[in-house]
Design a protein around this ligand. Structure first.
Ligand SMILES: *Cc1c(COP(=O)(O)O)cnc(C)c1O
Length: 373
């Protein structure tokens, strides 16, 4: 048996590491690609619909893919401290990989606008938490300025090693499906992830005709026709934080989906490039729509993602219904983070019946018989 040792180990020849690099890993990547079965649109439009559940990474979000690479690189350069601005998940991830490496993580988070689970992670793993009276964009600006004056490595997605790590999610999808999907749906905040997926899909497409380590036919794809096909990249934003829809930066972004509460995306040009080159598009959703799809996914498929993640499925479903996504397509949605990150929002919006009763057989039996369908 070969123990899985994280995505750098698995995709080593596609990543900027040497044979003797000390890899800082927590077994990240290799996340489930779950085929959805119970959402009505699947049957109605004959869609093959998958979610890539990135909530199953070691700290519960896709940020771990980038962080293993960024911290590995920082350590190999002799760095003793890393720093990031964060809406929550980057701080949780940075704290974990810094702990693993034995270095210090400084994280700048917006006061009062971070999900409790994420804060707990950063605190528990020993990060130095700097809570600022400002939003993510303020934090990002400060991080860039302070990194010029203090010996700290930035591990936000402006660090190119982050995107290198994150591109491996696209590799995993192709390796598992034997082809690229027709459409790939993502939430867009800082826009690093949509950029990283596009890098990953493009790298595989460029090599599709070259020899491959996965397939005996010396072709990456099961079917020759799939060669060089890349998905259309669909990026979705919360209406209150939707610079890609407005065509310009947004100064006071607001949304319940705190992970994408960003008005000044750092990968602005790269994400536009990915969207245009792929023939994709951006769209937006209200917080209400986001929460209702988060709930739908949990109720129909048993998958609990955080609000920001649900927007990718919300987008897929709306575009399937409108015909923008063609019938009989293969669609993947990235579920960027785990629902347990933000239990407050889930409990607030849940209508699950909680029946209170005394501890008697009669009343417990009554509760069951009243609710059985
Ligand atoms: C960071 C994050 C996003 C946004 O990703 P970007 O690369 O900033 O666009 C979306 N969802 C979750 C859960 C995140 O943690």
């Amino acid at each position: 048996m070969i123990r899985y040792k994280g995505l750098i180990d698995r995709y080593r020849n596609r990543l900027p590491v040497d044979d003797d690099t000390r890899i800082i890993e927590l077994g990240e990547g290799n996340t489930p690609l779950i085929r959805l079965e119970n959402i009505p649109e699947i049957k109605d439009y004959e869609i093959e619909l998958y979610v890539k559940f990135e909530g199953m990474n070691p700290t519960g979000s896709f940020k771990d893919r980038g962080m293993t690479m960024a911290v590995t690189q920082a350590v190999s350069e002799g760095s003793r401290a890393i720093i990031c601005a964060s809406t929550g998940n980057t701080s949780a991830s940075a704290a974990a990989y810094a702990a693993r490496a034995g270095i210090t993580a400084f994280v700048l988070i917006p006061e009062g606008k971070i999900a409790l689970g994420k804060l707990a992670q950063a605190m528990m793993k020993g990060a130095v938490i700097i809570q600022i009276e400002g939003n993510f964009d303020d934090g990002m600006r400060l991080v860039k300025e302070v990194a010029k004056e203090a010996p700290v490595s930035i591990v936000n997605s402006i660090n190119p090693y982050r995107l290198q790590g994150q591109k491996t999610a696209a590799f995993e999808i192709i390796d598992e499906l034997g082809r690229a999907p027709d459409y790939h749906c993502l939430p867009v905040g800082n826009a690093g992830n949509i950029t990283a997926y596009w890098i990953g899909y493009s790298e595989y497409a460029n090599e599709a005709t070259q020899s491959c380590t996965f397939c005996e036919n010396k072709c990456r794809y099961e079917c020759e026709k799939q060669t060089n096909v890349r998905p259309k990249m669909l990026g979705y934003q919360a209406s209150g934080a939707a610079p890609f829809l407005r065509g310009e930066m947004v100064d006071n972004p607001e949304t319940l989906a705190t992970a994408i509460r960003i008005g000044h995306p750092q990968s602005w040009d790269l994400a536009w490039h990915a969207s245009r080159e792929s023939g994709g598009w951006f769209d937006e959703f209200s917080d209400e729509d986001i929460l209702s799809v988060q709930k739908l996914l949990a109720e129909k498929e048993g998958i609990f993602c955080e609000p920001a993640s649900a927007i990718s499925l919300a987008g897929a479903l709306r575009d399937i219904r409108s015909g923008k996504i063609e019938k009989q397509s293969c669609v993947t949605c990235t579920l960027t983070g785990h629902g347990l990150k933000d239990p407050d929002i889930a409990i607030q919006q849940s209508s699950a019946p909680v029946i209170k009763t005394d501890a008697s057989l009669n009343n417990v039996k009554k509760a069951i018989l009243d609710n059985i369908n």
